[in-house]
Write a protein that binds this ligand. Structure first.
Ligand code: DX5
Ligand code: ZN
Length: 228
């Protein structure tokens, strides 16, 4: 069984209390902090940048997983690396030179990944498998939290998992398979069965803290539901 990581997206957190919010999700058993960067160009929304990453960095030990929804990509890579990002993922359509951007992320000491929109083919993976630490499949169109999970993501997860397994069978290093958008306790079992090992959850965690258990209640409920 793959270990399951839960990566709460701070897009749905209370931005006025962000330090407290990230400390609370770490204490609740979250594995990564998912950090959504939107530029009002690649996606129709505007969020947070390296200054905010730097500000939350001292509050948690767990990795910060920076999801860049920006175009162009390259200039932000050194800024986020310096701000304490551990993982940096980007959308291949948004970079002129995907291989170069992946290498740049690694050269800055971070793990690197590609993000696939619902209609983006997985073929982008094929020639850069050795440069990938993470593959992130969007289960919604990027830009907003709280959207509904697109079911076609499930067969796509299976296909991505097969490509990763074939890569490992050829002697390649394992690649994390992350899913982002609309993950809830009622669909996480299907998502994990289809091959995901890392689930982003924004509104599920921050939108509805468990009445008794707070964020810990939701994070643990997601982990339990994944293998139910
Ligand atoms: C969407 C973001 C997601 C989003 C997830 O563009 O990349 O990380 O915040 O939020 P939920 O879990 O609410 O769909
Ligand atoms: Zn995201």
């Amino acid at each position: 069984m793959n270990p399951l990581r839960i990566a709460p997206s701070i897009l749905s957190a209370d931005f006025a209390r962000l330090g407290e919010e990230v400390r609370a999700i770490e204490a609740a058993g979250a594995d990564w902090v998912h950090f959504d960067v939107m530029d009002n160009h690649y996606v129709p929304n505007l969020t947070i940048g390296p200054l905010v990453c730097e500000a939350i960095r001292p509050h948690v030990q767990i990795p910060i997983d920076v999801h860049l929804m920006v175009e162009p990509v390259d200039a932000l890579v050194p800024l986020f690396a310096k701000a304490g990002a551990n993982i940096i993922t980007f959308h291949p359509e948004a970079s002129r030179h995907v291989d170069r951007t992946l290498q740049m992320i690694r050269d800055h000491g971070c793990q690197a990944g590609l993000v696939f929109n619902p209609a983006t083919p997985l073929d982008w993976m094929d020639h850069v498998m050795d440069r990938l630490d993470v593959v992130l499949l969007m289960a919604v169109n990027p830009g907003f939290g709280g959207q509904k999970f697109i079911p076609a993501t499930l067969p796509k997860l299976l296909a991505a998992r097969q490509r990763i397994q074939a890569h490992v069978a050829r002697g390649g290093k394992p690649i994390a398979l992350e899913v982002d958008g609309g993950v809830k306790t009622d669909n996480i079992a299907q998502i994990v069965a289809a091959g995901a090992d890392t689930c982003v959850a924004g509104s599920a965690v921050f939108g509805a803290p468990d009445a008794d258990g707070g964020y810990r209640g939701v994070v643990q409920a997601l982990k339990r539901a994944a293998f139910a």
